[in-house]
Design a binder for this molecule. Structure first.
Ligand SMILES: N[C@@H](CCC(=O)N[C@@H](CS)C(=O)NCC(=O)O)C(=O)O
Length: 241
């Protein structure tokens, strides 16, 4: 990992996956300078001692801010939802000022972090990555994703965005809906969600954020023996890999 000592720049510890996309989309939306430090999660980079200092949960994304608003020399933030909130507060954008809308935005941000993300992740795992195809697990997470898509569909019935105005709640959800095919979902079944998706996908910063370092990603690495061992085989006190 590289060290930076330049001004108002954000270092993003990143791999091109849905949780990583949230941060690159947000930084593109904010149009602030940032640089990518790749963390190859299929090779085990997330478990290095240096990265563990930045991200104690050994997951991407994380950021280092070399110009935090509170005067510290450097600040680190892990957890994609917390990163979105940090950036929204720092730059004063994409977090509604109105009390009720801010509360709505945070509800949908937490809903994404506690529901759509983890359930979508399990759907990806059992549908694409698991060595064994287990019908029960595939059905369980495909059905739960379908239910969650229905929750978004209802929310978007009377509003263009999750918290009325475009916000970090939308930025958090988009990369997971972007992967709808991997979750066994058809957007045509959710017309309001589809309209929301098309609106977001027509934004240049979203397109740019989704494309950042896309050349790094190799989907076959997720199902290689080494990738599976690194990603799905770690317990709390693993042997050195
Ligand atoms: N709750 C975390 C989840 C992060 C997460 O699971 N990231 C995945 C990539 S999308 C990862 O780092 N996987 C590596 C691994 O499982 O070892 C967040 O929202 O930041």
């Amino acid at each position: 990992m590289s060290q930076m000592d330049t001004g108002d720049e954000i270092e993003v510890f990143y791999w091109p996956t849905p949780n990583g996309f949230k941060v690159t989309i947000m930084l593109e939306e904010l149009a602030v300078p940032y640089r990518i430090s790749p963390i190859d999660i299929t090779a085990g980079d997330q478990y290095s001692d240096e990265y563990t200092d930045v991200s104690p949960n050994n997951r991407i994304p994380a950021i280092r801010d070399y110009c935090p608003p509170d005067g510290r020399k450097v600040a680190t933030v892990f957890e994609s939802g917390a990163i979105l909130l940090y950036l929204a507060e720092k730059y004063g954008k994409f977090l509604p000022e109105d009390f009720a809308l801010r509360s709505a935005c945070l509800q949908w941000l937490f809903w994404q972090a506690g529901g759509l993300g983890p359930m979508g992740g399990q759907a990806h795992h059992f549908r694409l990555y698991a060595r064994e195809k287990i019908d029960y697990a595939i059905d369980r997470y495909t059905t739960e994703c379908n239910r969650l898509y229905g929750v978004m569909e209802r929310r978007l019935q009377e509003r263009e965005f999750l918290a009325d105005e475009y916000s970090i709640a939308d930025v958090a959800c988009l990369p997971w809906i972007y992967r709808h095919e991997r979750q066994g979902q058809k957007l045509e079944d959710f017309p309001r969600l589809q309209r929301w998706y098309q609106t977001l996908m027509s934004r240049q910063p979203v397109i740019k954020g989704l494309a950042v370092a896309s050349d790094l990603r190799d989907d076959s690495a997720f199902t290689s023996d080494r990738g599976r061992e690194v990603l799905f085989g770690r317990d709390s006190d693993p042997e050195e890999t």
